[in-house]
Design a binder for this molecule. Structure first.
Ligand SMILES: C[S@@+](CC[C@H](N)C(=O)[O-])C[C@H]1O[C@@H](n2cnc3c(N)ncnc32)[C@H](O)[C@@H]1O
Length: 460
């Protein structure tokens, strides 16, 4: 046990940091200024991890978290930090990654752009059903007897079979909570069984809710097996109760894991997509298409990417990891042509439809893994890129993709990333040929330690 430890900073993954006898101690969910007794849960050569046993002093910076599930749910762990402090920590995380991992000179660094919405900013949430509700510490410590109750909510980090029952989540606008709660009620009334991850049993498995800024909602229900009568009963009930649900899909997922990327959603009723607007552009979003989760903030992100690209109308632009082609369409009217690459076929189909809906004729898309698509043949076919915009997932770019970008030799690269550590690693690999000219962190995910970052790299 470590006694009266003063926490002074927040590091990567949002864990609070203290120093005790030249060792770093990481503890989740503390605020710099907190003093607490810490039970060490893991000891390594250079650092320790622990959990709070008793507080001595609470930091004056703490604020009251508004969410009723705060502290148990792993989702928004920074709600007890004022937003300006969250932004400071995120900005520091970007600076540290770029300086330490990327060895980058940060002269072109601009202050982080905060999110216009601090709550209800997400346009997509995925919930899990479980017949094993997570019991809180207080419930376990109490004398009460708890039957293993059903839950719809979020997995606790590290527990694939236990789910925290979510009554109200502040991340998505209504009717997200209402839909989930109505489904729970209906399932109990109709005695529908909830998923058991160990035994692989139970009818109800996952629920995905997506929404657009105009208030329309897509519901995707995932069942473990087909039971037409029960499935229809539930889905009709949701459709009847929620007129703003304009699109309903279902999936029968009999696999071991919950991932839906290899599943085929079946349209149950309504439209097969949602429509989102950015300025005068409209985008269709299918059930499996990636769309930036914080819709309003994504506009600021795209504007920054377009500004960094510095297009004059004569450029050939490659938009790598294009998703549904949002960035490609967003920059198209300032470029000669834009070519987007993306490996989810359905997203590429949506990207093509997006270009058509918006009457954009100078964009085209290629479906496939960028690692194999971005080759010299591809470049001869489409022309050398003047600008490459790249927006990979958290893992960053494959080394071969980084090499291909350098070989393609564009004048500039706009690198958008949701993980400054992998971004810094990739930039370092290009540092002989490209210099960092501008850096703009953007907060897409308030109350989490996640941060998006846009970097402009210019050919040396
Ligand atoms: C962070 S998202 C960016 C989407 C898009 N730029 C936007 O703003 O909406 C990353 C995208 O890359 C795609 N992706 C991931 N790995 C890929 C790969 N190896 N080849 C092609 N696409 C990939 C994902 O399907 C996803 O659509």
């Amino acid at each position: 046990m470590l006694e009266k430890v003063l926490f002074t900073a927040i590091g990567a993954e949002g864990k609070s940091i203290a120093r005790v006898e030249n060792q770093v101690v990481f503890v989740p969910m503390l605020v710099p200024g907190d003093i607490a007794d810490i039970q060490v849960t893991r000891k390594r050569k250079n650092y320790m991890e622990g959990r709070v046993v008793r507080f001595h002093t609470l930091s004056p910076d703490r604020i009251k978290a508004p969410c009723i599930h705060f502290g148990v749910c792993g989702g928004c762990q920074w709600q007890h930090l004022p937003y300006d402090l969250q932004l400071q920590f995120k900005e520091k995380q970007v600076r540290d990654s770029l300086e330490r991992i990327g060895k980058i000179d940060l002269q072109g660094f601009s202050p982080i752009t905060g999110s216009p919405d601090l709550y209800r900013y997400r346009n997509k949430l995925e919930f899990a059903f479980s017949d094993k509700r997570w019991l809180t510490r207080e419930e376990v410590a109490s004398d009460k007897e708890f039957n293993r109750e059903d839950a719809i909510g979020f997995h606790l980090p590290g527990f694939f079979d236990k789910v925290l029952d979510i009554r109200e989540c502040l991340l998505q606008p209504e009717p997200s909570n209402a839909i989930r709660n109505v489904i729970r009620e209906y399932a109990h009334r109709d005695r529908l069984t909830f998923f058991n991850a160990r035994e692989k049993s139970g009818f109800l498995r996952n629920l995905v809710i997506r929404n657009s800024l105009d208030g329309n909602v897509m519901v995707i229900m995932v069942f473990l097996y087909e039971d037409e009568k029960r499935r229809k009963g539930l889905m009709d009930h949701v459709a009847e109760k929620f007129p703003r649900v304009t699109s309903m899909f279902y999936i029968i997922n009999q696999k071991k894991n919950d991932s839906l990327s290899d599943q085929d959603p079946i349209l149950y009723c309504g439209e097969d997509h949602l429509t989102e607007k950015i300025g005068r552009l409209s985008f269709r979003i299918g059930p499996k298409s990636f769309y930036q989760t914080n819709t309003r903030q994504s506009v600021q992100l795209y504007q920054k990417a377009r500004e960094f690209a510095g297009l004059t109308g004569s450029e050939t632009v490659y938009d790598l990891y294009t998703g549904t082609g949002t960035i490609a369409c967003f920059v198209a009217d300032s470029a000669k042509k834009v070519i987007g690459i993306e490996y989810i076929r359905e997203a590429v189909e949506d990207a093509e439809k997006n270009a058509a809906i918006n009457r954009i004729s100078n964009v085209s898309f290629r479906a496939g893994d960028i690692k194999s698509v971005l080759s010299m043949d591809f470049i001869s076919e489409h022309g050398s890129p003047d600008v490459i915009i790249t927006d990979p997932p958290r893992a960053g770019m494959h080394e071969d993709v980084v090499k291909s970008i350098v070989e393609a030799s564009p004048q500039s690269i706009v690198y958008i990333s949701c993980n400054p550590a992998t971004q810094a690693r990739d930039i370092q690999l290009m540092s002989d040929q490209y210099a960092v000219s501008r850096v703009q962190p953007v907060d897409m995910f308030p109350h989490t330690s996640h941060v998006e970052n846009v970097v402009l790299l210019v050919k040396r």
